[in-house]
Write a protein that binds this ligand. Sequence first.
Ligand SMILES: Nc1ncnc2c1ncn2[C@@H]1O[C@H](COP(=O)(O)OP(=O)(O)OP(=O)(O)O)[C@@H](O)[C@H]1O
Length: 383
Amino acid sequence: MTKSEQRIKDVHNFLENNDLVLGYRKLMDCAMDTQNMTIYKAVIELTDWKEKHPDDNKGLISRSKSILEQISKFPIDEYANDSSVVVGKNLIKSYGKNRFALGPVSIGIKKGQVYGLVGENGNGKTTLLRLLAKELRLNQGTLDYNLDSEINNEYDLRTRLVYIPQRTKKWYGSLKDNLKFVLSNYGISPEENETRVLMMIARLGLWNYKHLKWRELSSGYKMRFELARTLLRQPEILLLDEPLANLDVLAQQVILEDLKSICNSLNNPIALILSSQQLYEVEKVSDKVIFLKNGKYTDNSENTDETSNSLIIEIETNSERDALKTSLAHLNLEKLVFNGGIYIAYFNSETTFASVLEVLGKSNIEVVYTRNISKSTRRFFVS
Ligand SMILES: Nc1ncnc2c1ncn2[C@@H]1O[C@H](COP(=O)(O)OP(=O)(O)OP(=O)(O)O)[C@@H](O)[C@H]1O
């Protein structure tokens, strides 16, 4: 089964299981992989119908399946270049003597991959993103881009290597007109412009906002607009500074899933690096998580820290510390740290998470929340 057939099958399964919100998004991703305007138009028409018939799930499923059928007839040219699109070696950036210094950082990312950049405030996330975006000059190290498009000047580079800062600029007119303006520079017909823009509006959940102006949009939707604007230009590398800021937890998950899915396109994948404070959400979608502390770098695939073999568990409980300590003691508990809200329990490598759950379950400890963070970047935040 090809990847494209697998994706179509996945959408079928989502529809069959009534996971319609997700199924519809994945249907749009399959549609976008065709790059075919007839398919785009069918999706646009269905999006409009869906908004007018919000409760007709049966109708949505049968109409979606009929589009899937059309999509399955299109051969998809799968992107096949497996080399890194950006390679940074021993990057160092200093803002001056005795001031903040980042690095050395080495990084290499392929298209279709997502890297999460995490760390507390002021630890160099924006600095690293701006270095990769060529907005800041390196003090040391080398930075190479292997872009597929021909790059003749700074403008070409800026369309393929896009950095979206935390605060974006105000724009005038309607959301849709602004998106159409982006494509008007690409020499495509007005009809195709309209179709591509409406498709992107549908995919980014902006359908009911397309006629709104900048000041009428919440910050979450302003970010979605920025993404739509950027994605229309088909970038090869996308650098996002805190795209989750100002979003509620549900919206954070949705936008991350959307980003991951869009960047994983079969024929037009994008290398995505995003910074965030939302560790767990970012970990879920990232191929690699890079943790920055005081400008120094650790990534979660290198188990080089001293706790890399330990079992580390977060536990939230209303019980007393002594009671917790006593019940866990015989499980080779090495350390129990309380950070004010949550306990972090460190065990030696022979202890399993299942055995801790068993002990907690049988004890009188009232567990509100627990999580195994042994492999999570979270362990660097708490240590
Ligand atoms: N232009 C600059 N000149 C001097 N120092 C700077 C400059 N820009 C950033 N810094 C310093 O570099 C450090 C890292 O900043 P940076 O914005 O990269 O961190 P961050 O991890 O993105 O933080 P946040 O999560 O708060 O956005 C901070 O101490 C900041 O004050």
